[in-house]
Each structure stands twice: as structure tokens, then as C-alpha cells.
Ligand binder design. Sequence first.
Ligand code: HEC
Length: 150
Amino acid sequence: MKKVLKIFVAIVLLIFIAIQFYQPAPNVDKGQVYKTDFIKTYKTMPVEVKTLLQTSCYNCHSNNTNYEWYDYIQPARSLVDKHIKDAKEDLNFNEWAAYSGRKQERLINSIKKQIETKKMPMSSYTLMHKNAKLSDQQIKLITDWLEKQE
Ligand code: HEC
């Protein structure tokens, strides 16, 4: 029985090592500047709100992710990439000004709702990325500002 267990552990380990070789192109844009960016669009956005959005949302909802070393470890890497792909399909902050007025209006409401109900940033993400977690005070700061944009 002990031998079977050893073989099993060895197989699991080999699979773990093998999947590390799967590293698709990361979501990084090497400092590209976007004229259509959300933060640029709203000139009066307070610095605090900017910083919070950048730390808590931009890693998934933009063309540039600041990966942590552990984000490169599979299968976490694939999970993160899947989240980024889905997140950008719904909302890419870099492309904000290119969205239609109707889409922006819908998204402003949606952003507010997601933050208020603590659905965003995703809890599976804040578990590892503690700095992305928003306090009640920070949530209020962002949502108060969003309200003024409606
Ligand atoms: C770990 C990655 C990640 C982070 C960080 C993140 N999101 Fe998301 N977000 C997603 C994913 C994935 C979806 C798509 C959810 C789905 O398809 O069910 C999404 C969806 C959304 C939507 C829904 C868009 C729509 O169509 O209505 C909004 C709004 C949103 N996120 C806002 C935010 C905001 C604001 C932050 C920061 C406070 C944030 N997200 C942080 C991954 C993320």
C-alpha cells in the first residue's frame, strides 16, 4: 500500500512540474498610454479613487496586469488569465472613452453595484492579493464619486 502511495505522489508531482511549462503570453503592455482610459476621461477624479481603482481593479480590467510571483505558478496562472479575459470582455478600463454613452452609463451603475455588494474585487483574488481588498470607507469613497458621475 505504501508503494502505491509513493507512486501516486510521484505522479502528482510530475503533473505539477509538467504544467509549469504552460506559460502563455502575459497580460502586459509595457507602459502603453491609453487616451481612452477611464481615469484620463474623468479629469476631476480624486487621486484616492484613482489609486484604489488601479490597485483593486486594473489588474483584471485593463491591458496591463502587475503579476505577483505566485501568479506564475500553475494552475493559478491559468485561473488568473481566465479571469482577466472574462473581466476585459465585460469592462476594459483602458477602452472606456471608446464605449458608447449608453454602455458607459450601464457600466457606471454596474461598477457601483459590484463594489457596494463586495462582489468586486473577487474574493478569490483578494484572498491572495490583500492590498486589493477595499475597506468600507474606501468603498464609500469610490461609490460617492461614482454617484456624482451618473
Ligand atoms: C481577479 C480579477 C478581477 C478583479 C481584481 C476585478 N474584477 Fe471585475 N470582473 C472580473 C470578472 C472575471 C468578471 C466577469 C464576471 C462574470 O463573467 O461572471 C468581472 C465583472 C465585472 C463587472 C461586470 C461588468 C458588467 O458587464 O456589468 C464590473 C462592473 C466589474 N467587474 C467591476 C470591477 C471593479 C470596479 C473592480 C475593482 C474594485 C473589479 N471589477 C476587480 C474580474 C475581476
